[in-house]
Ligand binder design. Structure first.
Ligand code: HEM
Length: 466
């Protein structure tokens, strides 16, 4: 690692930097591991990645993460080179910054309270059970399922209820999944070349625009119908139709579309990906898998998994929290510096990009004992092995500060319900040989297709015993 003078020099501390060839090579090979490697070498200090015209700062020390995400959050905004490509998909809403973010956050936040989630939990569990029963056929025929596609399918089914109150047909809901995949994979080239002006085409630009059009073809007609027939439903689309801008004007169809598409993207892909990683983790840790199974057998029996089971699934929650430590779906949170700043003694000029990576921070050995080991026991309490409370920003899979994830409570209900529903009915095995690496995408997803074997946990329940 090279050392150069921090931007603004004078009394500034020298900033470490990763030379361009190494930074580019490692980031294209294995992006999340590359950031961890750079962070480890810097021992928690701010480090600069030399990527040609684009030279972002990697910030991983929990104190510095807290400074960016909470204490000085208005100086680190979700605008600039990284966020611009996402505007194609999200428009101007909750996944942006400034006024459009504030307006949509104020409208959406009251919807995702623990109380509201409790009112829909019953329906969520019924839906999960219904969707999972479709695997019976695969279990009978010994056919594999595609992990990512199936986890996304289940999540889409849940999100359809929460967001659209069933105003979206199942066919339309399932048409959205491949369209989002297309956009997510196509945007990667814009992320890899964030400095490239928009009038120059980069690979997969057309595919990205096609994916956005497919999403709009599904979402706009539903929005227009809901606006023409407003109801008093508590689903997100109904609430948006009744909401107004700060000046009292009703939201436009475009504002409603932007909010729905943003929350859809934030909620389904993130949860689907951590549930995909979970099967890979359990395959590698049979002791954890056995303990998880024992808890589900005891609490849920042979099902169905219901909301009242969730508070008793303590080990399941610990397994999910530890999975999110090692495989946080929102692994990269870029921010643009609005006014000259200083982080850890390094001066940073307005306009620069700061990269926060939960993947890197949550694996730093300065803050985590045996950081690469999967050990759900860490989450038996919020203290480390030395009895000290963990730094709040050494673990932030749901972000922090004013942009903290709106869906955390929903996750704590839906994810254990999905895991318990699956494991009370089936036994799962991973049929694709590992090791698994991380793909370059907005959320942390495993590279390639992952096949899961599904067999009945007990008897085939569709066959009535004679
Ligand atoms: C494994 C599950 C999830 C993970 C790991 C996750 C992670 C995150 C992270 C890291 C952020 C912060 C983004 C930033 O600071 O730039 C965020 C924001 C957000 N998440 Fe989640 N999320 C998950 C599930 C959900 C769910 C189920 C919803 C459903 C509503 C949701 C809705 C949102 C929204 C709307 C934001 C933007 C909040 C804002 O900027 O004001 N997320 N999420």
């Amino acid at each position: 690692m090279a050392i150069s003078i921090g931007a603004g020099a004078g009394t500034a501390r020298r900033v470490r930097s990763v030379p361009i060839r190494r930074a580019l090579r490692r980031l294209t090979e294995d992006p999340a591991e590359a950031l961890l490697e750079f962070a480890q070498e810097a021992g928690g200090e701010v480090v600069r990645l030399e990527l040609g015209p684009f030279r972002p700062y990697l910030v991983t020390h929990p104190d510095h993460v807290q400074q960016v995400m909470r204490l000085e959050w208005t100086n680190y905004q979700r605008v600039g080179m990284f966020w611009r490509p996402l505007e194609r998909l999200f428009g101007h809403s909750i996944m942006g910054d400034g006024e459009p973010w504030r307006t949509s956050r104020d409208i959406l936040q009251p919807l995702f309270t623990t109380r509201y989630i409790a009112t829909i939990a019953e329906e969520v569990s019924a839906r999960v059970a219904g969707r999972i029963e479709e695997w019976d056929e695969h279990a009978r025929a010994g056919r594999s399922i595609d992990a990512t596609a199936e986890m996304s399918g289940i999540l889409t089914y849940i999100v359809n209820r929460v967001l659209f109150g069933d105003k979206l047909s199942r066919e339309d809901a399932e048409r959205i999944v491949p369209a989002f995949d297309l956009v997510s994979h196509s945007l990667v080239y814009r992320f890899l070349m964030p400095f490239m002006p928009y009038f120059i085409r980069v690979p997969r630009d057309r595919a990205c625009l096609r994916g956005v059009k497919q999403i709009d073809d599904v979402v706009f007609p539903v929005v227009e119908r809901a606006m023409a027939n407003p109801d008093d439903g508590l689903d997100v689309i109904s609430v948006l139709c009744r909401s107004t801008n700060p000046d009292g004007r009703p939201l436009t169809a475009k504002q409603i579309r932007d909010a729905l598409v943003s929350v859809y993207a934030a909620s389904s892909e993130t949860t689907a990906m951590i549930l995909t990683w979970l099967w890979l983790i359990l395959e590698e840790h049979p002791d954890v898998a056995a303990r998880l199974q024992a808890e589900i057998d005891e609490v849920v029996g042979d099902g169905p998994a219901r909301p009242e089971h969730v508070p008793r699934l303590a080990y399941t929650r610990m397994v999910l929290l530890e999975s999110l430590r090692l495989y946080p779906s929102g692994w990269l949170l870029p921010r643009q510096v609005m006014e000259d700043a200083e982080i850890g003694g390094v001066r940073i000029k307005a306009g620069a990009t700061v990269l926060i990576s939960s993947y890197a921070t949550q694996r730093l050995e300065e803050f985590w004992d045996r950081p690469n080991e999967f050990d759900p026991e860490r989450f038996a309490s919020d203290k480390g092995p030395d009895g000290e409370r963990r730094h709040r920003y050494s673990y932030f899979p749901f972000g922090g500060g004013p942009h903290k994830c709106l869906g955390e409570h929903l996750f704590y209900v839906e994810a254990p319900l999905v895991v318990a529903a699956i494991l009370s009915r089936y036994r799962i095995s991973v049929r694709t040989p590992g090791p698994f690496t991380v793909a370059w995408a907005a959320s942390l997803r495993p590279k390639g297709r992952i096949e899961l074997g599904v067999s009945f946990a007990g008897r085939d329940r569709s066959v009535v015993p004679s």
